[in-house]
Design a protein around this ligand. Structure first.
Ligand code: PLP
Length: 193
């Protein structure tokens, strides 16, 4: 499928659909007519396999309390194995309703109030809030911007860890914001960036 066909099939005008990206502009920035680059949110319709599965669930018509089915863990493990060669045991996986919620759980599991947690900046803003809102000390280390790319500043990272007794490093992978094309991340097997 070329770009033109893709756009004709999947591009959607999201204005006047209560979209945070478009319809929330005035509330957030005080004016309309801006190009909403502030949020990682799509203009393209989700693929048919997903919308059909959701539609089937809606047609079922009962929306009571649910369990997380075994299939959830199996599908996740299959994905990790086929993409990264990592078969993840079911007992190593916990269900979370979002990344930021999961980070909050990790902070509570592995650090104590007042402990230092390190992030690399600039980064998706809730990475800051999730540390401070949970009573931990936020340590930020700027990424190095070199020849058009962000890279990790290992010297500054080491210094920050030593000076602040950092207990947790919260790595955003793939890094947002960042640039593709050059490896930013030492764990490149997971996403190739
Ligand atoms: C780096 C990063 N993590 C997490 C999220 C949001 O994830 P969730 O909705 O699962 O909390 C975003 C959204 O833009 C993001 O950029």
């Amino acid at each position: 499928m070329d770009a033109k066909e893709f756009a004709s099939r999947y591009l959607v005008d999201r204005r006047n659909t209560d979209s945070s990206k478009w319809d929330g502009l005035r509330a957030k920035f005080g004016e309309d007519g801006l190009i909403p680059l502030w949020i990682a949110d799509m203009e393209f319709r989700t693929c048919e396999a997903i919308t059909e599965a959701l539609a089937e669930r809606v047609r079922h018509g009962v929306f009571g309390y649910s369990v997380v089915p075994d299939e959830y863990y199996a599908v996740f493990s299959d994905w990790m194995e086929s993409r990264y060669g990592w078969r993840v045991a079911r007992e190593s996986v916990r269900f979370s309703t979002g990344c930021v919620t999961a980070i909050a759980w990790m902070i509570h599991a592995f650090t104590k109030p007042g402990d230092a947690c390190m992030i690399l900046t600039p980064v998706y803003y809730p990475f800051h809030n999730v540390v401070t809102n949970n009573g931990r000390k936020l340590v930020t280390v700027p990424l190095k911007y070199e020849a058009g790319y962000f890279t990790m500043d290992y010297e500054a990272i080491g210094k920050a860890i030593r000076e602040n007794s950092v207990k947790m490093f919260i790595q955003c992978s793939p890094h947002n914001p960042g640039q593709t094309g050059k490896k930013i991340c030492p764990f490149s097997r997971c996403c190739g960036r």
